[in-house]
Write a protein that binds this ligand. Structure first.
Ligand code: SAH
Length: 366
C-alpha cells in the first residue's frame, strides 16, 4: 500500500483536532482566533470586553509572543496568563537569495520544522506557506514529497508563517500562496480557519490568497461550497492520465477527467477562474503533443495556465527544459487562446527547489 492509499481525509481532519500540542494544553493557541472568540475568552475570565480588542491588536499588529508581556493588562491577570500558548514559532534557519527572496525554516512548539518563503517585488510581498509538516502525496518531482508526511498544521501555525515574514521584511504582506509543504485540501479545517484569520484579522484580501492543490476526489467541490473569493490553483502537471499517474501517485485514484469536471463545477459555483499549474519536465511532458492535449482539455474553460520550469531536486533525474522549448510550449497554448504565463523561479541561488532547504538543513542543524 502506498502512502497515498492510506490517506483518509476524515481521519486526518480528526487527527488535526487531537494533535499532541493541543492534547497537553487545555487551551488551544490563541493565534488564528477572531475578535469575537478573543472577546469571549477574556470575558470568561471576568475581564471587560475591550480587553479582547487589546489582545487582538497585540496578537496581529504587535507580534506579541507571551501574554505576560501585554503591559496594558492588569499585573495579576498577566501573571496568570503567562503559560497560555500564543502559537508563535521560533526561527530555526534563514536564507536570503540575491534577488531578495527569503526562505525560513520555522520550529514549531513540538519541535517540527516547516518551510516558509517570502518573495518580494516592488509592489508585492508574497508568502508561500506550508499547510502540513511534510506531505503524503509523494509527487515524484517534489522534494517535500520525498520526505514523507508527519502531521497537519493547526490554524495558528499557518497564520504564524505570514506574521513571521511580515515582521522579518518590516513590510505588509500583500499575497499568500498555499504552495509550501503539504496538501492544503487534506487539512481543510485548519486551512479555511487560517484563511478567515488572514483575511479578517491580518487584513489580506481573499482574492490575494491562492490555495494550490494536486486534487483530492470530492474536495474541490466541497471547497466551492464555501463560496470563497480565494484563487484555486490545481497542480495538473500532465496532459494525459498515464503521464499524470507516472508523476503523481494519487492520480491512480483520480482520473484526469474527474478532476477537470470538479474544476468546472468550481468555476460554476464560485464564478472564479481556476489556475492550472503545469511543471515543465524536459522531454517528458513538454512536447508539442502534450501542449495539444492540454489545449483540448482546457478548451472553453475559464482558466489560466501557469507553466513552472522544473527546479532540479537531488532525488530524481528530471530535466529543466531550455528557454526555447518553454517558449514553444507557451506559443502552442497561446495559439489556442489559452491564458498562459511562465512562473519565474525565485530564490534558486539560495537553496534550490521547493522543499530543498528543509531537506538539506533539518538534519544538519537540528
Ligand atoms: N500540494 C499542493 C501544494 C504544494 S506544491 C499542490 O500540489 O499544488 C506547490 C507547487 O510547487 C506545485 O505546483 C508543485 O508542483 C510545485 N513544485 C513542487 N516541486 C517542484 C519542483 N521540483 N520544481 C518546480 N515546481 C515544483
Amino acid at each position: 500500500m502506498s502512502a497515498v492509499d492510506s490517506i483518509d481525509p476524515v481521519q486526518s481532519a480528526e487527527g488535526d483536532r487531537l494533535n499532541p500540542a493541543q492534547a497537553v494544553s487545555p487551551i488551544p493557541p490563541l493565534l488564528g482566533a477572531s475578535l469575537a472568540e478573543l472577546t469571549d475568552w477574556v470575558q470568561q475570565q471576568q475581564q471587560p470586553a475591550y480587553r479582547g480588542k487589546q489582545l487582538h491588536q497585540w496578537l496581529y499588529q504587535q507580534g506579541g509572543r507571551s501574554l505576560a508581556d501585554i503591559s496594558v493588562f492588569p499585573k495579576q491577570w498577566r501573571a496568570n496568563l503567562a503559560d497560555v500558548p500564543v502559537g508563535r514559532s521560533t526561527l530555526h534557519y534563514r536564507s536570503e537569495a540575491p534577488d531578495g527572496t527569503v526562505k525560513f525554516l520555522l520550529r514549531l512548539a513540538d519541535g517540527q520544522i516547516i518551510e516558509t518563503v517570502g518573495i518580494p517585488t516592488d509592489k508585492r510581498l508574497t508568502v508561500c506557506v506550508s499547510s502540513q509538516v511534510g506531505c503524503p502525496m509523494a509527487c515524484d518531482f517534489c522534494a517535500t514529497g520525498k520526505g514523507g508526511f508527519t502531521r497537519n498544521l493547526g490554524r495558528h501555525e499557518i497564520v504564524d508563517q505570514v506574521l513571521t515574514v511580515q515582521e522579518d521584511f518590516q513590510r505588509r504582506v500583500s499575497n499568500i500562496v498555499f504552495m509550501g509543504m503539504g496538501e492544503p485540501l487534506l487539512n481543510t479545517d485548519s486551512v479555511l480557519a487560517s484563511v478567515r484569520s488572514l483575511n479578517e484579522d491580518v487584513g489580506i484580501g481573499q482574492r490575494s490568497i491562492t490555495i494550490s492543490t494536486v486534487g483530492i476526489p470530492g474536495h474541490i467541490r466541497r471547497l466551492a461550497q464555501h463560496q470563497l473569493q480565494v484563487t484555486l490553483a490545481v497542480s495538473l502537471h500532465a496532459s494525459n492520465q498515464a503521464l499524470r499517474e507516472q508523476l503523481i501517485p494519487s492520480a491512480h485514484h483520480y482520473p484526469l477527467t474527474a478532476l477537470l469536471e470538479e474544476c468546472r463545477e468550481y468555476v460554476q459555483i464560485t464564478g472564479r477562474r481556476v489556475s492550472f499549474e503545469y511543471i515543465l519536465l524536459g522531454g517528458l511532458n513538454d512536447r508539442p503533443e502534450h501542449a495539444n492535449q492540454l489545449t483540448e482539455h482546457l478548451r472553453g474553460f475559464q482558466s489560466h495556465v501557469n507553466l513552472i520550469p522544473y527546479n532540479p531536486i537531488q532525488e530524481v533525474d528530471y530535466q529543466r527544459p531550455d528557454s526555447k522549448r518553454i517558449q514553444t510550449f507557451v506559443e502552442a497554448l497561446k495559439a489556442k487562446h489559452i491564458a498562459v504565463s511562465v512562473r519565474q523561479s525565485r530564490g534558486l541561488a539560495a537553496d534550490a527547489a521547493c522543499g530543498q532547504l528543509r531537506a538539506s538543513k533539518v538534519g544538519a542543524i537540528a
